[in-house]
Design a protein around this ligand. Structure first.
Ligand SMILES: Cc1cc2nc3c(=O)[nH]c(=O)nc-3n(C[C@H](O)[C@H](O)[C@H](O)COP(=O)(O)O)c2cc1C
Length: 203
């Protein structure tokens, strides 16, 4: 039974060569993301994870904002190289923005003060699980995707993104995933040995 799932997670890869096309209708993209948000686990079932799908001109608007912010003060060769990458991220069919709701995290920390310091870490675990679920599901639909933090988006940029898309001020950005039908297969991936990364003890 687990073979199908394991095959699916092996298919998920980072792909930067995206086209402005989708292999599935927008309704399917929405259904996938909704299902992932609903079913992915969160610590104490706080349901702190958020996802926002942006498509077409809204996606272009998002990446124009990110590019403007990311290119501030970057000159010469570095600017051209960065611009090229940003153009590729924004050149897909859409993006999924992932957030964690700080208000939810704060409220569970108040309810369970003995664990307060752990909730921010568990919240980043939760958004990672959600990102993986969406990324894998998209791969199964023939969509390429990658995960962008752009060296962590500035607070000012995230505030602008929230304002532009009418998102609550308590939503903390955790990653942005551009996606689209791939123009080329992903780059080769090297795998180190599994031995130091996994152990089993059995009597
Ligand atoms: C937590 C996390 C953060 C990442 N951040 C970025 C990023 O900001 N930019 C990027 O291009 N890739 C990012 N990646 C993608 C990794 O570089 C990529 O997953 C890794 O090289 C393995 O390749 P694969 O995704 O094809 O398996 C991130 C991946 C993870 C899990």
């Amino acid at each position: 039974m687990s073979d199908a799932y394991l095959a699916a997670i092996a298919v998920r890869r980072t792909n930067y060569a995206l086209t402005p096309k989708s292999s599935v209708p927008d309704e399917k993209l929405e259904a996938i993301i909704k299902a992932c948000v609903l079913t992915c686990p969160t610590s104490f079932n706080t349901q702190s994870s958020r996802a926002v799908l942006v498509i077409g001109a809204e996606n272009t608007k998002l990446w124009n904002m990110i590019s403007e912010s990311a290119l501030k003060g970057v000159e010469g060769e570095h600017r051209a190289a960065k611009q090229k990458k940003l153009t590729a991220y924004g050149g897909g069919y859409g993006s999924v923005m992932f957030f964690e709701d700080q208000a939810v995290i704060d409220s569970i920390a108040v309810k369970i003060p003995s664990l307060a310091e752990h909730f921010p870490v568990w919240s980043t675990n939760a958004t990672g699980m959600l990102q993986h679920a969406v990324w894998t599901s998209f791969s199964l639909e023939g969509l390429g995707a990658n995960l962008q933090h752009n060296g962590a988006y500035s607070d000012e940029l995230v505030a602008d993104i929230r304002k532009t898309f009418g998102l609550p001020s308590t939503w903390i950005s955790t990653a942005i995933m551009p996606f689209g039908v791939p123009a080329a297969p992903p780059a080769e991936k090297s795998f180190g040995p599994i031995e130091p990364r996994f152990m089993v003890f059995k009597a």
